[in-house]
Design a protein around this ligand. Sequence first.
Ligand code: BTN
Length: 240
Amino acid sequence: MLNKLKIVQLGEVDSTNSYALRNLSSLDDKTIIIAETQTSGRGRFERKWISDVPNNVYLSIVLKPSGENIPYSNITQYACLVLTRVFEKYKIDARIKWPNDILVDNKKISGILSEMSYGCSTVRGFVLGIGVNLNLSEELVNSINQPATALNLLIKNDVDKIEFVNLFLEEFFKSYDEFLVSGFSSIKNEYEQKSLFIGKNIEINNINGIARGVTADGELIVVDKNNVEHIVLAGDLLMI
Ligand code: BTN
């Protein structure tokens, strides 16, 4: 299956997401952009993503699904689930922090930045940017301004980047086409089981409460102290 994918391999690039967005019109659906390093790796909310260590994963997938009502935000959630399945192959219990962070022992190991490009009232393409801390030194991990970890530190061994990327792409494309048809409800149970936040006290978009789970469309359900239910579509979840 992997030999059918188009892969653009880059040495240093500003950001695989920026590259994909700049070249979107000439990139086919399911093209993978993978870089050795990035000079301007970006995370959500304009955060910087450390990208100068060659043996980490900096990749973007260009997606141009046809049809209507494409569940774009759910594709990102699907990718999160796929990442947890890949970490499982390394015997690591990775958990999802809604909507799309991957944590191990409450420390971030992977993040996804998905970006959309619009033409005249149509979506030109969707870019799923994935960063994974595969091989980082303890010192570097500790210098990150939020709790972070890396796979090599957890398994106490260097991680083969090609092997990890192949496992991820294999797992992602194994059920991607089917997922586009079946939608989030087909993964809701597994997404919730792999979630870190459910039943916890959280804060998001100035709402404080207990995260109850996710809706059939993947939105976050929070119940505040007055027992009022809030459905959250986007935001930065804090566990308190
Ligand atoms: C986040 O946790 O905020 C998302 C981080 C996403 C980082 C990846 S690395 C590959 C792709 N290119 C970027 O500039 N960002 C994403």
